[in-house]
Design a protein around this ligand. Structure first.
Ligand SMILES: Nc1ncnc2c1ncn2[C@@H]1O[C@H](COP(=O)(O)OP(=O)(O)OP(=O)(O)O)[C@@H](O)[C@H]1O
Length: 486
């Protein structure tokens, strides 16, 4: 790379190397496309090309459309490396995040920033409260974890960072990434970062002893367990420096959770001592929300709303389709879809069972569907994830699925928020989601490889009467869904 100074493509028109185009930020796209068209000479083309585009992207372009010539203008200057480094995650984080965390980050494969990381990390490192509003699968978790690693002090013996999540499953996932980054090599002598998962369904007794003996630096918690610990004074937030609320709009949906969050935000900790980060891919009425955050003293008055891709709420790598059938034909329609698509990694979302149906003792729709698929579809690995399962079975299902070479997961909306199964290429909405936001989060369980240009499919089965509802979601979320006839 260090000697590569100029690249000449067979045609200097943008669409010829379009694989690169969607992976750049909107600003980069504008800047690059203008420059690209303006500048004819190869070295200028290269400099506009390499500046915003790290080698990983360059490689993907080379693979899909090899350049007609690679021109080496001068060798060994290392300029290419400097340019590339300027845009690496390491360069953004150096001086803020400890070096051993950066090394771990690179070992894991996080080398270049995603759009949200590029836009949010500097303001976060400067201490600003932020609302991180970016597409599903855009890398918000790493963004706030890097901030946390930049502020916590391993010598302290108090909880310094708290991440609140809506579900146990998301909590386990975030804890895993935090521990992965926190793992220290033997030669690093300082104390390790400790990460506690304080999640519903966990053994709170064990956590009490741990908190009493030596409070962890980072706690990842669900509201229920967290409140128990706070009310009984086993956990104190006096030294809290960073508070993250992930999937914030989801948590603010329930009045019980709102009142618990209110206490955490204003009673157990104070805005003046901590930095507050509220993250989600969907923040309905975000201006109002921002106003409320300031009014209610959940955030400081200079809170930043970092809204990445505001005109593209969902990834452009998703292809949306729908098929219309009568309600009683849903199972057969899904089966036909699966036979045609033959997905290796897919999630089928099923609507929750109504209270009335539960009271009547009906078999849950998920169980009926699983039974049907096991009978009629040749796929050995059909798994289930739903609220009705106990916490251990839920964890086992997710663990198993992560180890599979192919899977079909039948799930309720419990799997729609935050769960990261990056191999997933197909989403099926067996039932139409209840809201556009629900659609966005279900669809967002696919297309989760930030630098991949692979297209993923989201297919919704609807009845004729539901067509206008889906159309409303299309307008709200700015996407187009194509009808397929089965
Ligand atoms: N800089 C990066 N380079 C490569 N992969 C990354 C990078 N940042 C994040 N990822 C990967 O992208 C995927 C999505 O990240 P993450 O789970 O943080 O998304 P998210 O924005 O929180 O999505 P959601 O809103 O659905 O919760 C993960 O598999 C993560 O490992």
């Amino acid at each position: 790379m260090s000697s590569l100074q100029a690249v000449h493509f067979s045609s200097p028109l943008y669409p010829t190397w379009s694989p690169l185009y969607p992976t750049c930020s909107a600003r980069t796209r504008r800047r690059t496309s203008t420059n690209f068209l303006k500048l004819g000479n190869p070295s200028s083309v290269f400099s506009t090309f390499i500046n915003p585009c790290p080698s990983q992207l360059l490689r993907s372009v080379f693979l899909s459309e090899p350049p007609s010539a690679v021109v080496t203008l001068s060798s060994g200057t290392g300029e290419g490396d400097v340019e590339e480094d300027k845009y690496s995650l390491r360069s953004i984080c150096t001086g803020h995040v400890p070096d051993h965390v950066l090394r771990r980050m690179e070992e894991v494969g996080y080398n270049f920033p995603t759009d949200v990381q590029r836009q949010a990390l500097h303001p976060l490192f400067s201490g600003r409260d932020c609302i991180l509003h970016a597409q599903t699968g855009s890398g918000k978790t790493l963004t706030y974890l890097l901030l946390i690693f930049s502020v916590i002090n391993t010598q302290g013996s108090a909880v310094q960072a708290l991440i609140i999540v809506p579900t146990r499953e998301l909590g386990i996932q975030v804890t895993k990434v935090a521990r992965l980054l926190a793992a220290k090599p033997m030669e690093v002598k300082e104390k390790s970062y400790t990460v506690m998962a304080l999640l519903d369904g966990g053994m709170l007794k064990r956590h009490k002893s741990w908190l009493k003996a030596e409070p962890p630096a980072i706690v990842v918690a669900t509201i229920g367990s967290l409140c128990q610990m706070l009310e009984k004074k086993f956990l104190k937030l006096d030294s809290l420096q960073v508070l993250v609320i992930d999937e914030v709009d989801f948590l603010f949906n329930s009045s019980k959770q709102v009142s618990a969050l209110r206490k955490i935000l204003t009673l157990y900790s104070s805005i003046s001592n901590r930095q507050t980060i509220l993250a989600s891919a969907s923040i309905p009425q975000h201006r109002r929300f921002l106003h409320d955050c300031i009014q209610q003293k959940w955030t400081k008055t200079d809170v930043l709303h970092i809204h990445v891709n505001p005109f593209e709420p969902m990834s452009s790598y998703l292809i949306h389709r729908f098929t219309i059938c009568q309600k009683i034909k849903r199972h057969e329609t899904l089966l036909s879809l699966l036979k045609v698509d033959a997905p290796e990694f897919g999630i089928i979302f099923v609507g929750e069972q109504s209270e009335k149906s539960k009271k009547a003792g009906d078999v849950p729709p998920t169980a009926i569907l699983i039974e049907f698929l096991r009978r009629s579809y040749q796929c050995s690995d059909i798994l289930l994830l739903e609220e009705g399962m106990n916490f251990n079975s839920r964890a086992a299902s997710l663990l198993e699925i992560r180890q599979k070479k192919a899977y079909l997961l039948v799930a309720t909306d419990i799997a729609a928020r935050g769960i990261d199964l990056p191999e997933t290429t197909h989403i099926y909405n067996f039932n139409l989601p209840r809201t556009a936001i629900e659609y966005l989060h279900r669809a967002g369980r696919t297309g989760r490889k930030p630098f991949s240009d692979k297209k993923c499919l989201v297919t919704t089965i609807i009845t004729p009467e539901e067509r206008f509802v889906l159309q409303r979601y299309e307008n709200e979320l700015m996407f187009v869904s194509k009808e397929i006839v089965m």
